[in-house]
Design a protein around this ligand. Sequence first.
Ligand SMILES: [Zn+2]
Length: 419
Amino acid sequence: MSPRGWAVLTLVVLGLTVVLAALVLIPWQRPPAPRADQLAALRDLPTEQVERAREFRAALRPGGWAALGIGLLVALALGLTPLGSRLVELAGRPFGGHWTAQAILGGLAVVLVADLLTLPFAAWRHSVLTRYGLATNGWGGWAVDLLKSYAVSAVIGAVALLGFYTVIRLAPRWWWAFGAAGAATLVVLLSFVLPVLVEPVFNRISPMEPGPLRTELMELADRDGVPVRDVLVADASRRTNAVNAYVSGIGPTRRVVVYDTLLREATPAEVKAVVAHELGHARDRDVPIFTLTGALGAAAAVVALYLIGSWPPLLRMAGVDSVAQPRAFPLLLALVTVAGLVFTPMQALMSRRLEARADAHALALTGDPAAFEAMQRRISSVNLGDPDPPRWEYLYSATHPSTVERIAAARAYTREAGR
Ligand SMILES: [Zn+2]
């Protein structure tokens, strides 16, 4: 069989494995609460709060969708015309057109063009956040964060680009196989090092101060059978008033982090509800599950890029002879951008199911649905989240169940526990 035949076979096997992994690992059997219960929860929220949140979300929406649209147009313009391949050549020219210069500088230049063209929308977003009192960092802090995120992306991007084009040179016929393995490894590695190498770039993260709340949270983790070395606090208040918490990392780098804003705004019972939700993620291994499906997806993407990218009409449009050249990187980026937009709703759906399971875990662990509901109300009020967002937006990109879904789930728990 030819390398192409093997690639088709590999793609089919990887595709089936991703589907199977998603079917087995994602808790599909937990549908959202009935719509009538959600609407009842919505009616119980203060009207001014709901209106203000909707006004805020409406103010963000045009810029958000415009950035998405412009990002797509730029990616297509660079990838499906010779413009992108010329940009890669130009970036490599000061170094005699050496392939490493084209691969790294050319690749980063293409990404930077797309970033710069969507920059006005990012600035607009920050101005809206500031106007509504959510952003606390001012334009200086915003710019520093932006430069830091460019720097982090540039380092990761440079490693990935150099690795990818080195593999292509070493194995011109079978690069897609090594590339797929490399992409999967990179996803796992990133998930592992993220808390240790990337999070500290943006936030100071320190162990929670000793006190009654910390003791209670450690007891909660202990009761849950989730070994946690410490509850960590991020100094998020330096850029936002929004409250949040998360788990990240896998194996020895796994950690539960709460925003300092959460400790400032919420009652101890509400903080317990949040931490119990995060412990649910840790106990059910949601980060490894997302990492594994992400790694399989990345491997499948490399094989798919090899197959789609060798379609002659596409190569002609991009003005390149082969998808294996650094000059064809803009074409690959265009395909990845389209795939990202297509797969966003699927990822969001999977994320919502994992989040709903973590909510159920929090309710069962704390046995305190009142605190859980109070926490949902507070998060929605402080973060100006639309408690019941437009259906199309929810289906396209919501990574969490809506506030009214979560409140309805807490009330269902109360009813079931009362029986
Ligand atoms: Zn969560």
